[in-house]
Write a protein that binds this ligand. Structure first.
Ligand SMILES: *Cc1c(COP(=O)(O)O)cnc(C)c1O
Length: 804
């Protein structure tokens, strides 16, 4: 422990009062909760800064390698509890605040949830940042400081409504404005060749400047930096235009710069939206690469040693253009030959793939790319001709060469960002074992044949600090009593619980903690949605982005089938269930939005039906985010991980639930497979087609109509939804959605339905024997320590980055 032993509650108290007075500018007697919150964060930040400066000095002295994690998303959530807990100051701070009549839990509620991400990919980046600091690896996260980030979801009459997230409305006391770290980012213009040298003369320039947030590792071991870029115009106001009366036009450049950092994933259904996205990607990639190169050259003198001092990891393809940007700086600014630059580039860069869905593989219309980034386009052509030459030399045929090319020549020509990232990296990793195998055999089959040693697997993980210790202090305390403190520093020590899986007293204590978490969640959901929940019911939870492949629809249809069953057999001994769903739909994804409406329609009808007698309740939780996940997951009994096999790259929600003692009902998809391997077949409810079977069925004339007709439960439920039983106000609302299952059922809902309901009924059966359920829960907690992001980061460090 490198903690300051003098940081007692009394000292914190003095510090907070001093901060309140001198930096917040408030008298203790007049301070509002927000002032106390700001004073608390600034006081904690002061403590962090001491560790931060010490960490940075150590890094410079060691002259080692730094990791740079480039990600368009960092879904960090709230930071106060995390920072206090990792610094070991939680108790002292509680005490210090209590002395002023303040409840730390109430202050925590004042912190906005920093929604700078969309889902799993962004949360992974946040868990990785925490684990990098915990493992004492010098690292920077690079991204965009969105002013509004991901939209806030409101549910109006069952429909999703998107509102701007205003997380910066009260300022952000965590961050440091680093105006001195600023770079020019060019767009458009022309490339002028003069003999051997090439010069890009951009038509427009904006300034990227850094805003830093410290990231504290467990036990304060190290503090790293999350560096997010903000944009401003070089000429924020054209005074002549302003004075001539054009008040709006005079500010146009500033508005344009501001648009770059407004929202995550602006709609790209129109050309302007597409262009904005590409601009965002280049903006943050260029600023980050310039910063990395500047730091390297400043301290090492020569760009050639970059791979010895920098490991750059691209989180998905959004920062792929960094490959071309790094090449541009080496060739145009540092005078390297193409071949030498290419060698350095590949040694420095690694790329993580997150999806096999063809529609999610990024590509840009070539004319757009060429207009916005003419010099990068030239470099990409040069890279492409080299790669294609290697492919020809390897004897690959024209089909394979067309697949490997960085340019998609079919129809409208496009630049393929995944291929660019692949060829520019020495390591391309998938995020779960199945996903990595599928990468080799599908999307990257030809690139993998050409470069057979590059693809590797790094199964995702989650930080056990946030996803066990902080979100579930009750369970953490019970585990400490049972096996001691070792698991706090090494999550795999949770395995010591295996010896106690049959210990009924331990099972009871864990069940008590679960129940108390459920009581708290029920109170919270009552406030949010008005629905009253029975904490003794089985809490069955599916929270994640709404997407057809994640199959919220399978869950909802099963819910309707169960509702029918309960009504037609009221005499049976039904297990009381609460179905909790939550998640955001992409604003342009109409089926996903319709699924949200369906969940709300089903909830309204079932919750109001006295004939189910409270045996079944359905809740859709609005605005799913990290803070809600931290409340819901510790209260879940059953974790729904039911994607169509072969479609979920890994999932990380699955890991968080198992770590908190929920049992999983899931398909053999993504990391579910590895969870099953670790917890054992008897401690998880697996159902449905395998990834191979899904492909085979699709290729061999799958007939969903027949599957539906073969299952009377499914047929009835689909017919009820299609005929408007849940939508009297608009009986045809779900006709097409249900028709899609009859017509093609791409996501295999009908094919998996019976197997899913059978698995649900065995869930009921086990629930009836609490001792068995509890033992299974213990075996889950005991065996998922491997899914700590510390393990994942340890593997990246060893296999990809070559650090420590
Ligand atoms: C963990 C997490 C996710 C990812 O969930 P999956 O079930 O893996 O898709 C998404 N959003 C939030 C807020 C999370 O905490």
């Amino acid at each position: 422990m490198t903690l300051d032993p003098a940081s007692s509650a009394a000292q914190l108290d003095t510090l907070i009062l001093d901060v309140l007075r001198h930096r917040v500018g408030k008298d203790e007697l007049a301070a509002k909760p927000h002032d106390w919150f700001n004073a608390t964060v600034l006081a904690v930040r002061d403590k962090i800064v001491d560790h931060w400066i010490e960490s940075t000095r150590r890094t410079y002295e060691a002259d080692g390698k730094r990791v740079y994690y480039l990600s368009l998303e960092f879904l960090i959530g709230r930071l106060l509890r995390d920072a206090l807990s990792n610094l070991g100051l939680t108790r002292d701070m509680e005490q210090a605040l209590r002395d002023h009549g303040l409840d730390i839990a109430q202050l925590e509620e004042l912190e906005p949830d920093a929604a700078l991400g969309n889902g799993g990919l962004g949360r992974l980046a946040a868990c990785f940042m925490e684990s990098l600091a915990t493992l004492d690896i010098p690292a920077y996260g690079y991204g965009i400081r969105y002013v509004n980030g991901m939209f806030r979801q409101r549910i109006d009459d069952g429909w999703q409504v998107e509102l701007p997230e205003t997380w910066l409305a009260h300022g952000n006391p965590w961050e440091f404005d680093r105006r001195e770290s600023a770079y020019l980012i060019g767009f458009g213009g022309e490339v002028v060749a003069d003999g051997d040298s090439v010069e890009w003369r951009p038509a427009e320039k904006v300034e990227a400047s850094a805003i830093d947030t410290p990231v504290v590792g467990w036990r304060g071991t190290r503090v790293n930096t999350l560096r997010l870029w903000t944009a401003s115009a070089l000429d924020p106001i054209k005074l002549d235009a302003f004075n001539a009366g054009d008040h709006v036009g005079a500010l146009a450049d500033e508005v344009k710069a501001d648009a770059l950092v407004r929202v995550l994933y602006p709609a790209d259904s129109n050309a302007a939206g597409q262009e904005l996205r590409l601009r965002q990607e280049y903006f943050f990639s260029s600023a980050s690469i310039q910063d990395i190169v500047r730091r390297h050259v400043q301290y090492e003198g020569d760009i050639r040693s970059l791979p010895d001092h920098a490991a750059i990891q691209l989180n998905d393809t959004h920062p792929s253009v960094a490959v071309a940007e790094l090449m541009r700086l080496m060739i145009d600014d540092h005078g390297l030959e193409f071949d030498e630059a290419w060698d350095i580039c590949r040694k420095t860069i690694g790329y993580t793939n997150h999806t096999l869905l063809p529609e999610a593989l990024e590509s840009w219309p070539l004319p757009l790319f060429e207009r916005l980034l003419p010099r990068h386009m030239q470099i990409i052509y040069a890279i492409n001709s080299r790669v294609l030459r290697e492919a020809r030399r390897a004897g690959m045929d024209e089909r394979a060469i067309a697949a490997i090319s960085l340019i998609d020549e079919g129809g409208e020509r496009r630049v393929r960002m995944a291929n660019l990232a692949f060829v520019g990296a020495h390591s391309i990793n998938g995020v779960a074992a199945l996903h990595t195998e599928l990468m080799k055999s599908t999307v990257f089959a030809d690139l993998h044949r050409l470069y057979p040693t590059r693809i590797n697997n790094k199964t995702n993980g989650v930080t056990p600090r946030r996803w066990l210790q902080q979100c579930n202090p009750g369970l953490t305390a019970v585990i400490r009593d049972a096996i001691g403190d070792g698991f706090l520093d090494d999550a795999e020590k949770l395995a010591d619980l295996n010896a106690l899986a049959g210990d009924a007293a331990l099972g009871e204590r864990i069940a008590e903690v679960k129940r108390s978490n459920k009581v708290k969640l029920a109170a919270h959901l009552k406030e949010l949605t008005g629905v009253r929940l029975n904490p003794d019911a089985l809490f069955d939870v599916q929270i994640k982005r709404i997407h057809e492949y994640k199959r919220q629809l399978l869950n909802l249809i099963e819910t309707v089938a169960l509702y029918d069953q309960i009504r037609s057999h009221p005499e049976k001994d039904w297990v009381p269930r609460v179905k909790i769903l939550g998640g955001k739909a992409a604003p342009s994804y109409s089926n996903a939005k319709l699924i949200i409406k369906l969940a709300n329609d089903i909830a309204r009808r079932i919750n109001a039906d006295p004939s189910v007698g409270g045996l079944l309740k359905v809740v859709f939780v609005p605005n799913y985010n990290v803070t809600l996940a931290e409340r819901i997951i510790p209260a879940a009994d059953l974790s729904e991980q039911i994607s169509t096999a072969g479609m979920e790259a890994s999932g990380t929600g699955n890991m968080k639930f198992a770590l908190n003692g929920a049992l999983t009902i899931g398909t053999l998809d993504g990391a579910n497979i590895e969870i099953k391997d670790r917890v054992g077949d008897d401690n998880i409810f697996i159902f449905g087609l395998t990834a191979d079977e899904v492909v085979e069925k699709r290729n061999n004339g799958y007939d969903p109509r027949k599957a539906i007709e073969d299952s009377s439960e499914l047929q009835q439920a689909v017919a009820a939804i299609a005929s408007g039983v849940f939508s009297h106000d608009d009986p045809k609302r779900y006709a097409d959605l249900m028709g899609g299952i009859y017509d093609h059922d791409w996501f295999m809902i009908a094919a998996d339905f019976d197997s899913y309901t059978a698995a649900q009924r065995s869930v009921d059966q086990v629930w009836e024997t609490p001792g068995t359920w509890q033992a299974m829960a213990i075996r889950n907690i005991a065996n998922v320590g491997w899914f700590s992001s510390d393990r994942t980061i340890g593997e990246y460090a060893r296999d990809i980055w070559g650090v420590k």
